[in-house]
Design a protein around this ligand. Structure first.
Ligand SMILES: Cc1ncc(COP(=O)(O)O)c(C=O)c1O
Length: 402
């Protein structure tokens, strides 16, 4: 249990820049793509590989007093996580602050860590009524039944601001999955802090490259990195980032005690994947924008929900707080049968849940239940294919709707 006693030491490890040659301060002035790609390299040591492999270990050699040892037992820390946490911490950092990140076995493990580390019986948590379904169920079915008071209000129009009195935690999700609603993170963070609440943002759809919640005033940036962050649809991962070392220590302790940890192989795959995030996100968001614009021209489509569209109700706020509008868009077709026909006729949209991969996917979201959405509601994730091919394919699939 040595690592529980020394969270600060491990935080310091994750704060170090990875490999910026002999100029570690270069990191402060480089552009995002350079920073992200360079942050996945290991330190420059002659004859060592550019990327170290995954470190497979449960216990580590730990003779004597363990207080100065960064690694003693792998449920607490692992060198491959440290590399990944450095890279994510750098991505979550802003021009005037340094963030530190902790990685988890999944996005839900990361969400649970914030709820668990912050909330106690009698505390009030304010969540979006349209938050990601599992986060809402976790709050209502488990934390509420253990004595936490859960208040819900929609993401749109900053409606959560009305419920902040006496709150301990404000949970935001912008854009929300799957309805693509947007709230003003800076405005709500300020209001929450005035009320004495901590603020956590589920930043899964944009990734920290698309939106920086900590720079907008949030205390925690939380994400499912299963999605666009890693982008290859082959691993589960989550993270919590914060700039506050005391909050980090609480989250770190939660992770060690609950054991919601990822294997070194996943951490290593994630490191490989995030080096291409700038390329993937630029392409998939550009594709999402063009597809959203195309869908607005089609009679079969009742409505298109994408914050990059100028007529989206949250567009002005999204444009202010996001660097990319994200790879996810939703649209509504007449009914269940129209949506099923569209998905069956499309040859390029892989029918699958989740989002943020290099492969374009889509699904009729109401098939799962749990969200207040129409039967013809489709959530789509734009991948990195040639957008002309995607649009041609979607056009013929829409034409097939009778
Ligand atoms: C917005 C959001 N948050 C959290 C999660 C949970 O992530 P994971 O599936 O990695 O546990 C998801 C998964 O779809 C999500 O969409």
């Amino acid at each position: 249990m040595g690592a529980l006693l020394h969270p600060r030491q491990n935080a310091a490890l994750s704060l170090l820049p990875s490999n910026f040659g002999s100029h570690p301060t270069l990191f402060l002035i480089m552009r995002d793509a350079t920073k992200i790609i360079r942050s996945t390299l290991t330190r420059s040591v002659a004859s060592e590989p550019l990327h170290s492999g995954p470190v497979f270990a449960a216990p580590y050699h730990a003779p004597g007093d363990p207080s100065d040892m960064p690694y003693t037992y792998a449920r607490s820390h692992n060198p491959t996580w440290t590399e990944l946490e450095r890279a994510i911490g750098q991505m979550e950092s802003g021009p005037d602050y340094r963030a530190t990140a902790l990685v988890f076995a999944s996005g839900m493990a990361a969400c649970t860590a914030v709820f668990g580390a912050v909330l106690r019986p009698g505390d009030v948590a304010v969540l979006p009524s349209n938050a990601y379904y599992a986060a809402r169920v976790l709050a209502q079915e488990y934390f509420a039944k253990m004595g936490v008071v859960v208040r819900l209000a929609p993401t749109a129009n900053n409606a959560q601001a009305e419920l902040l009195e006496g709150a301990k935690l404000l949970w935001l999700e912008s854009p929300s999955n799957p309805t693509m609603d947007v709230c003003d993170i800076a405005l709500l963070s300020e209001a929450a802090h005035r009320a004495g609440a901590l603020v956590a943002v589920d930043n899964t759809t944009p990734t920290p490259l698309g939106q920086l919640p900590l720079a907008l005033g949030a205390d925690f940036s939380v994400a499912s990195d299963t999605k666009a962050m890693t982008g290859h649809s082959d691993l589960l991962l989550g993270h919590v980032a914060t700039r506050d070392l005391e909050l980090r220590a609480k989250i770190d302790q939660w992770r060690t005690l609950t054991g919601a940890v990822l294997g070194p192989m996943e951490a290593w795959l994630a490191l490989r994947s995030i080096a291409t995030l700038p390329l993937r996100l630029e392409r998939s968001c550009e594709n999402a924008q063009k597809i959203a614009e195309f869908l607005t021209t089609r009679d079969q489509v009742t409505s298109v929900l994408y914050p990059g569209l100028p007529n989206h109700p949250g567009h002005a706020i999204a444009a202010k707080q996001m660097r990319y509008f994200g790879p996810v868009l939703s649209f509504i077709l007449r009914d269940k049968s129209a949506a099923e026909t569209f998905l069956a006729k499309s040859k390029l949209l892989t029918e699958a849940t989740s989002f943020g991969g290099v492969t374009s996917t889509a699904e009729r979201r109401a098939r799962w239940g749990g969200d207040a959405i129409a039967e013809g509601f489709i959530r789509m994730s734009a991948g990195c294919e040639a957008v002309e091919d995607l649009i041609e394919d979607m056009a013929q699939a829409l034409d097939a709707i009778r």
